[in-house]
Each structure stands twice: as structure tokens, then as C-alpha cells.
Write a protein that binds this ligand. Structure first.
Ligand code: PLP
Length: 395
């Protein structure tokens, strides 16, 4: 009977990884389960990126690097911000970490004290509240629904802000909802935030490139330059370049905050993998058309899935702006099935229809589920056939 820390006992293992694991277990037991729980592109890392890693190994670039990343990669990140976002960041305002998640963790560790409040719009990426709890701060959840396309309003933000608020998350395009804030919507949130100078904004742009109309991407620094000195942009190469396993994320923000994140990284992981850093530099500097190929596949699947789900009695979803997820309301199905929680409904879908989905409550929003379309169109069609048959059986 080990007495583990209060900190570790305050958090849950990642529920999205748990669904994928359960689907894999059932599959090894011989069940024909379709997993729509995955959170990574089903494409291979582009060849020119792999090649850069092979060359790095052969050139002996296999030793410790600077804690916050090799200059070549930090420069590639700076160039990316200039090219894609018209933002200027110096190399002392950029840090490279072992994945986007690691950047977020470093930021929370560097910025928050016990009891500090952190605003998290829901549905949220599953890790935010648990990471906030790990540093003994308090998640403050702001709920949204499908009718508002899962985006918080300026009034909701104002009502959630207190004198204890130290940080706010914005994730656009969003995992799990797939919707993105427009420049105007971000400007309206910025107008509220200017009155709260103690609040740092963490904009998680991990899905920046997986947007149907990439010219529409905006983050809060782009629309409200006056917030630059209290915003940290969090991103990485995982989703845009199908590089989830390489573990490279990055952050850009005010130099003192980035320096603090570096200090934490220096006493925990040190530098991210040297080989992956060279691959990530190639990804950011190279031909970006690999992204377009993925986006057109994701868009085609999105259009199919959203229409097909809306045709099922008891399921509603809205068209997303990007990502490879849709967040469907399943309250109709829940009442037809006589269950009161989305977790129960997702369990039924798994055991009776052989389709694995992540319940909305994992993302802080009950009565929904997240479907990932990072899988082939044929697989999606089979999943819809199964869900539809399951729904028909209920009525
Ligand atoms: N932010 C969001 C919104 C994500 O969905 C993810 C991955 O699922 C991450 C950050 C972290 O990405 P990484 O795999 O680079 O740690």
C-alpha cells in the first residue's frame, strides 16, 4: 500500500488513450472493433522529413543539444511565425520541447502557483485540467454548446474572470470540437482580456494548419498585438506533419517566461531528441504541400461524416472548420437507449455496435461524443452503418 503524492492522486490517466487501448484489447480478443478514438493523423511522416532524420544520425548529430533546442530549429520556428502569422519572435522568445504537451506542462509549471485559477473553455483538450491540477492550480471550466459552435462568448469570459485568474486557454481550431474562432471573435475576447492585466493567455495552435480554409487562421496575438507581452503561443509538428511519435513541440512568448520554461526543462528532460529536432527543422523549412494532401483527405471525410451522422435520428453535429474530429450531440440516442450518461452510451456502442468513441464528458461536456476521422473513408462508412443500425434498433 504505497502512499503516492496528493498531486498524482488528483489526476486521471488520459481518457482518449484509454479508449484506444480498450479498442485494441477487444481487437486482440478477436472482436472486429472500429476505433474512432485516435488523436493522430493516419498518414505517414513525409519522406523528406524522415530523410533529414536519417542524415542527422549519419552525421553524428546524436548528442545533447542546447536545452531549448538547436538554433536551426528555433530559427525555423521563428521563420514559420513570420511566414504564416506575420509575427516576429526572437530566438530568446522561442523554446523547443518534447512535444506540444511538454511545452504546455513547462508553461504551467513556470507560471502557476497553488490556488491560481485557470480558465478552460469546454469542450476542452483532455489534458488541460489534469495538467493544471498537477501544478496545484484550479481549473475553471466555461461551458459551451453546439448552438454556439463550442466557442465562448465575451460575456462568458468576463463572468469567469476573477482576481485569482492567472491563465486562460484558447485552443483553435479545437480538439475536440473541430471549430475555430474567427479574427472578429478573438478580437472580442481580447477586448475583455485587456481589462485583466494579470492574466496570461495560452493559445494552443496545434491544429493551425488543419483548417479547411488556411487563410482564415487567426490567433489572439495576430488580432490583438497589445496582448503579445502576455500571450504564449503553443504549437508543434505532431499534427501538421504526421509526426506524433517524434515528440517535438514549441512555444513562443515573452523572453522571461520562455527562460523560466527553459529552466524547468533543464532540470527535467533537458533537450528534446536531437534527431527529431533535425527532422522538425526540415518539416518547417521544407515544401508545405504535404499538409494540403492531408487536409483534402480530412475535409472529404469530414463532409461525409457530418452529413451521415446528422441523418441518424438522435445525433446532431455542426460542420467544423478543421482538425480531424467532430463533436456530436448524442442526447437523443441516450434517451432512446434509456441511459443518462454519455459514458454508458459509448460503452453500449462499443459492446453492441463494435465502434469505439470517446464520450464527451472526457472533454468536460456531457451528452456528446468525439469521433475522429483520422481513418479511411471506407472505415468511416462502416462505422456509420453500425451506429445507424444501433440507433434503428433502439427506436
Ligand atoms: N494540444 C492539443 C489541442 C492536442 O490535441 C494535442 C495532442 O493531442 C497536443 C496539444 C499535444 O501534442 P503533442 O503530441 O505534440 O504533445
Amino acid at each position: 500500500d504505497y502512499q503516492l503524492s496528493k498531486r498524482v492522486n488528483s489526476i486521471q490517466p488520459s481518457p482518449t488513450l484509454a479508449v484506444t487501448q480498450k479498442a485494441n484489447e477487444l481487437r486482440s480478443a478477436g472482436k472486429d472493433v472500429i476505433g474512432l478514438g485516435v488523436g493522430e493523423p493516419d498518414f505517414d511522416t513525409p519522406d523528406f522529413i524522415k530523410q533529414a532524420a536519417i542524415e542527422a544520425i549519419q552525421a553524428g548529430k546524436t548528442k545533447y543539444t542546447a536545452v531549448d533546442g538547436i538554433t536551426e530549429l528555433k530559427q525555423a520556428v521563428a521563420d514559420k511565425f513570420k511566414r504564416d502569422n506575420q509575427l516576429d519572435y526572437g530566438l530568446n522568445e522561442i523554446i523547443v520541447s518534447a512535444g506540444g504537451k511538454h511545452s504546455i506542462f513547462n508553461l504551467l509549471s513556470a507560471w502557476l502557483n497553488p490556488g491560481d485559477e485557470v480558465i478552460i473553455p469546454a469542450p476542452y483538450w483532455v489534458s488541460y485540467p489534469d495538467m493544471v491540477k498537477l501544478v496545484e492550480a484550479e481549473p475553471v471550466i466555461v461551458h459551451t454548446e453546439l448552438e454556439q459552435r463550442f466557442k465562448i462568448t465575451p460575456d462568458q469570459l468576463r463572468n469567469a474572470l476573477t482576481d485569482k485568474t492567472r491563465l486562460m486557454f484558447i485552443n483553435s481550431p479545437s480538439n475536440p470540437s473541430g471549430t475555430a474562432y474567427s479574427a472578429e471573435e478573438l478580437r472580442a475576447l481580447a477586448d475583455v482580456l485587456v481589462d485583466f492585466p494579470n492574466v496570461l493567455i495560452a493559445t494552443d495552435d496545434m491544429y493551425e494548419h488543419i483548417l479547411w480554409d488556411r487563410s482564415q487562421f487567426a490567433n489572439i496575438v495576430m488580432v490583438a498585438p497589445e496582448l503579445r507581452e502576455r500571450t504564449v503561443i503553443l504549437s508543434g509538428v505532431s499534427k501538421a506533419y504526421a509526426m506524433t511519435g517524434w515528440r517535438i513541440g514549441y512555444a513562443a512568448g515573452p523572453a522571461p517566461i520562455i527562460a523560466a520554461m527553459k529552466k524547468i526543462q533543464s532540470q527535467s528532460t533537458s533537450n528534446p531528441t536531437s534527431i527529431s529536432q533535425h527532422a522538425a527543422a526540415a518539416a518547417l523549412n521544407g515544401d508545405q504541400s504535404c499538409i494540403d494532401t492531408m487536409i483534402s483527405a480530412f475535409k472529404q471525410r469530414h463532409d461525409y461524416l457530418v452529413n451521415a451522422l446528422n441523418a441518424i435520428d438522435g445525433i446532431e453535429c455542426v460542420e467544423g472548420d478543421g482538425t480531424f474530429y467532430t463533436f456530436a450531440r448524442i442526447q437523443g440516442l441516450m434517451s432512446k437507449a434509456g441511459v443518462t450518461s454519455d459514458i454508458e452510451l459509448c460503452e453500449k456502442l462499443l459492446t453492441e455496435a463494435n465502434v469505439a468513441l470517446v464520450p464527451g464528458s472526457a472533454f468536460g461536456t456531457d451528452g456528446y461524443c468525439r469521433l475522429s476521422f483520422a481513418t479511411s473513408l471506407d472505415t468511416l462508412k462502416e462505422a456509420v452503418t453500425r451506429i445507424s443500425a444501433f440507433a434503428d434498433k433502439l427506436s
